[in-house]
Design a protein around this ligand. Sequence first.
Ligand code: PMP
Ligand code: GLN
Length: 391
Amino acid sequence: MKPTNPVFTGVKTTIFERMSRLAMEHAAINLGQGFPDVDGPKDIRQSAADALMAGPNQYPPMLGVPELRQAVAAANKRFYGLEVDWQREVMITSGATEALADAIFALIEPGDEVILIEPLYDCYLPLVQRAGGVPVRVRVTPPDWKLNVKALEAAFTENTKAVLINNPMNPCAKVFTEAELGEIARLSRTNDCYAICDEVYEHLTFDGHRHLPLMTFDGMRERCVRIGSAGKTFSLTGWKVGYITASPNLLEPIAKAHQFVTFTTPPNLQKAVALGLAKEDSYYHGLAGDLRVKRDFLSNELAQLGFAVLPCDGTYFVTVDVTPLGLNGTDEEICLRMVEEAGVAAVPLSAFYVSDAPTNCIRFCFCKKDSVLKEATDRLAAWLKGLGLSG
Ligand code: PMP
Ligand code: GLN
């Protein structure tokens, strides 16, 4: 039979799904895939339940229900001072993943180069490749994950169509600085490029690190596709409600991609997310504040066990370097042993690299109940002790 498309054929199932399956198989605590173990606000969930029963449950408008598009525009103004026309500049998608696919399919032509910053979130590469784009990678490296502006500058060519950034950045928990974003904006302008901005962790930043959308930078209002996700903002990752903000000239073709990918997103979930976006400031501060406490707890415990804990300024994740412990094997091998022998699932950082991956770092997810984080670190302590590596 003729071959199926090589971008997807023979590709491994994502590391998140694999680790979650292994966690279930071994009754392990799952600090791998990024999802909270407590569902988001009750009023949002109740509103979704009410809207489901009240109906209608038929196709909502393709761009999204007006309440949610208005709420996304209002949130852009409230959090970032962005003036957004909800009718022409906002579209609702089935998760940020769909938003990324729509944006990439709409903006990229075969042969266009797309700059990706590595370590990179898993769907970026296949989506760019499936669009016929040519990925060009620029790496940020631990421990500070600083953007090397010279390397970024060198990555631009006359064929560059877009740069794709994830800010705050999964997996390395980096929040891009104003200076770094200023350089990305400058290079996007001088090279006449678009910027696809995956900002799903926009509200999950800590210690005074503030999320700045690239869209707010000089000359970037018309060049950026800004993507958010209710999954992260309201601890409802299974809902898969995403939102795009982009100027009409970009949103128009992106909406055309959307109409052939999912066309719409469940209307009751959209209405409930509109309620969420209008929540008072205390909700947003509370979300980041609670996560910061969890980050501190897990980071301190892991440091005490002997891991070298890397800085974490945002997201759900903390990364550790395993080198000081003297564990044998690659990050992937260590994660496989850890889930089986220690009963704790994590994610090897090498999964976020295309090639020449570092193999000494592991990502732990900390958006879990305090008791779960404690049990996980107790299990790790016992495991390491058994191996004669600590305690
Ligand atoms: N981008 C990044 C960086 C992510 O970590 C995730 C996963 N949560 C997504 C996009 C996908 O978001 P969604 O679940 O809304 O599709
Ligand atoms: N974004 C989540 C993570 O990084 C995973 C989402 C997924 O499994 N597709 O863990």
